[in-house]
Design a protein around this ligand. Structure first.
Ligand code: ADP
Ligand code: ZN
Length: 288
């Protein structure tokens, strides 16, 4: 029994095949170019196998609403070649097997919950702080979806008094993504984010914003753990800064787990989402 997984990102697609124990047998990384070109390589990879089910975690926005005519589509993405792309339909046409479908960050949350930093718990939030900011969640064992899917990166936050940066989100200027993504850090400070490691002010301000996000997710979802991943979180000094800021913001208003255990890096490294996609494939197969 074999499962397939597709982590569809804006720069690359990671595809993997696992055995029934979700141990990865083979994986490839395919550049995200045009749908025709990228999907040709995706099919070449999966055609070699006889799969039970495929789990897809995709960049978005995507349509996850089963009542919608465009369920399974990538919808309004700024990557225009992929806008209104019937992703699930194309895969289903080729393989006609159960297809699990969610966001890349929901998949990452599932991966971290079942096999990673939130192992043994019932709920967690996964936030990626990279080229963009996106968050997903599993609550009581279920992927968090409703009319659509969460877009946790675009929440509004208070500006830091010393920060005059206007923000880079094309929709909301200074939403969280607009002021705290990797590109926002680089535009504000005029240097690559990894070159700013020694500049304490950079990470103080970054932590000020990410702590507000953690506070909001905590107040709304009450997850048991929040996993912070993505390129920017490679600056590990952010973790204690965020925890301290969260403590100050919350003022002990609600009970929270020990913050050292509550706000943590991913345990699966760069594999959170691909593992989540395999879990989704398995789950989808079992539910058919
Ligand atoms: P993506 O979001 O495109 O999937 P990443 O999660 O790697 O990819 O995020 C890329 C962003 O993270 C870039 O803006 C980059 O500046 C930033 N980044 C990558 N590595 C580091 C690092 N070591 N320290 C700080 N920022 C980093
Ligand atoms: Zn925004």
């Amino acid at each position: 029994m074999k499962y397939g997984a597709i982590e569809a990102g804006g720069t690359k697609f990671v595809c993997a095949v696992s055995n029934e124990n979700l141990e990865i047998i083979e994986r490839v990384s395919i550049p995200t170019t045009t749908p025709d070109e990228t999907m040709k390589s995706v099919f070449e990879f999966f055609d070699k196998y006889n799969l039970e089910a495929i789990g897809i975690g995709s960049f978005g926005p995507i349509d996850v609403n089963r009542k919608s005519k465009t369920y399974g589509y990538i919808t309004t993405t700024p990557k225009l070649a992929w806008a209104n792309y019937n992703f699930v339909g194309i895969i289903k046409d080729r393989y006609n097997i159960p297809i699990g479908w969610t966001t890349d960050v929901n998949a990452a949350a599932l991966g971290e919950l079942k096999k990673g930093a939130a192992f043994g718990l019932q709920s967690c939030v996964y936030l990626t702080v990279g080229t963009g900011i996106g968050g997903g969640a599993v609550i009581n064992g279920q992927l968090l979806e409703g009319y659509g899917h969460p877009e946790m990166g675009h929440i509004l936050v208070r500006m830091h008094n010393n920060d005059k940066y206007e923000g880079a989100c094309p929709y909301h200027s200074n939403c969280l993504e607009g002021i705290a993504s990797g590109p926002a850090i680089e535009e504000r400070w005029g240097k690559k984010a990894y070159e700013l490691e020694e500049n304490k002010e950079v990470w103080k301000i970054e932590a000020f914003y990410l702590a507000q996000a953690v506070m909001t997710y905590t107040l709304i979802l009450s997850p048991e753990r929040i996993v912070l991943g993505g390129g920017v979180m490679k600056q590990r000094q952010l973790f204690p800064l965020i925890r301290k800021e969260v403590e100050q913001l919350m003022k002990k208003y609600v009970a929270m787990p020990n913050l050292d255990e509550y706000i943590v890096p991913p345990a699966l490294g760069d594999n959170s989402a691909i593992m989540g996609c395999l879990l989704l494939a398995q789950k989808t197969n079992e539910n058919v």
